[in-house]
Design a protein around this ligand. Structure first.
Ligand SMILES: Nc1ncnc2c1ncn2[C@@H]1O[C@H](COP(=O)(O)OP(=O)(O)O)[C@@H](O)[C@H]1O
Ligand SMILES: [Mg+2]
Length: 404
């Protein structure tokens, strides 16, 4: 990445009135990923700009022009009855082919080319540029945390580039779901499961798994046929994993969730987030308070998650007043009237402006709520989500006490 591209990106993300999303997408993978991460940081770049960048999550690459065939090694190919010539899905990093193995339908996901080295080089060069800028403009570190943001990105992307991690993370999430299967089965109708991976055929750059026949939440939302209770069941199990053991799928956009035979399948498990004990505790009480319309308590619960609650106590009173104002009439608003994403970003921004700091682990969590909010709004805009999830939060809180 040249210095020119770097400044161009800085301009698009931090300065341009309307960031040019298409050219960010076309630029390089890293540019899109950086744009996506800043979409979550309304506290740095403002709610309006963050909302524009959020679209980087929604639209995929135009892949029609870059579908070049992948050459599988002959001894790998021979293990299959057949492998399709043309990939049925192609994204920034991977391609997915249909195939037949032992007379059943499978999919083969491959990493397109050797991204790792170029990606690491790009990230390192970018870090150097940022350090240089921070040297002359130290405030940048505080107002945009570019090095931290890049480190998050590096961790997530490197995790996605080794497909064995998908198998690993599926087993991590499955462990939580299996351990609490009795409670989950009593609480939801549609359980959260994962496609079976065929470990013996998989490696760092190739993942073979059962082929799902259902449809993605994206397709169901587009055709207006996603059932709201299915979405709520997904919501519950995703948040259950996050709040109980801390692990959660970091990229739950609607294209990565399938519905088939009354079950919800989670795909693309290459990157997993972790909520620390402090975040889990704070989030549980934050939701409990919000869903019961205890706004003052919710203000306190949000701050439970900050890193400097004690040191920043002198700002608490004013912060609380502002928070209560922001949440006036909150519980009575439908998703159409109020986007939870914006509300959440505005709350974090308010806390940050009041001097509170949060660990970076907070932002992937916000990203997941952003997706959930977007799906719920597309599915049932006239609902009051807080009312809908209140019983689930109550059941969760009771269950957590019984197993403590
Ligand atoms: N096991 C599967 N069965 C059916 N379709 C799949 C399967 N795995 C992936 N796909 C399709 O391929 C797309 C891309 O796969 P995914 O694992 O999400 O990789 P990425 O988004 O990183 O390219 C998915 O959105 C889905 O449409
Ligand atoms: Mg995907």
């Amino acid at each position: 990445m040249s210095l020119f591209s770097f400044f161009w990106l800085i301009y698009q993300i931090f300065i341009a009135r309307a960031p040019n999303l298409d050219s960010i997408r076309r630029k390089w993978l890293l540019a899109t990923k950086i744009g996506q991460l800043y979409a979550l940081r309304a506290d740095f770049i403002g709610v309006d700009r963050a909302n524009i960048l959020t679209q980087l999550y929604e639209k995929n690459f135009d892949t029609s022009k870059i579908n070049t065939p992948y050459s599988f090694e002959e001894n790998f190919r021979q293990k299959f009855e057949s492998i399709d010539d043309v990939a049925f899905s192609e994204a920034s990093i991977g391609k997915v082919y249909g195939a037949r193995w032992k007379w059943s339908d499978v999919v083969i996901k491959v990493i397109k080319s050797d991204f790792r080295e170029k990606f690491i080089n790009d990230v390192n060069r970018l870090k150097k540029y940022f350090r240089f800028m921070i040297f002359f403009y130290p405030k940048l570190a505080r107002v945009a945390d570019p090095i931290g943001t890049l480190e998050d990105l590096e961790r997530m992307t490197l995790s996605e580039l080794d497909l064995r991690n998908e198998i690993r993370w599926i087993s991590t999430l499955r462990k939580t779901l299996d351990k609490h299967a009795n409670f989950i089965n009593q609480t939801v109708t549609h359980t959260l499961v994962f496609p079976e991976c065929i470990t013996e055929l998989s490696s760092e750059k190739i993942l073979v798994s059962e082929r799902l026949t259902g449809r993605s939440f994206r397709e169901l939302l587009d055709s207006g046929t996603l059932l709201y209770p299915v979405l709520i069941d997904f919501f519950f199990q995703h948040v259950f994993c996050m709040l109980l053991d801390g692990y959660f799928h970091e990229d739950i956009h609607s294209g990565n969730i399938f519905f088939q035979d009354n079950k919800i399948y989670l795909l693309d498990n290459g990157s997993i987030g972790f909520a620390s004990e402090k975040l889990r505790h704070g989030l549980t009480s934050f939701f409990d308070d919000l869903t019961h319309d205890r706004i003052e308590d919710a203000a306190t619960s949000l701050i439970l998650m900050s890193e400097n609650t004690e040191q920043n106590q002198h700002n608490f009173t004013q912060y609380k007043i502002d928070f209560c104002k922001l949440y006036e009439g909150f519980s009575q608003k439908t998703l159409r009237e109020l986007s939870l994403t914006q509300q959440m970003m505005a709350s974090i921004k308010m806390a940050v402006h009041a001097g509170y700091t949060f660990e970076r682990g907070m932002y992937p969590i916000i990203k997941s709520f952003m997706y959930l909010d977007g799906m719920a709004r597309a599915c049932r805009p006239d609902t009051k989500l807080m009312e809908d999830v209140r019983p689930l939060i109550e059941q969760f809180a009771t269950y957590k006490k019984t197993i403590a």
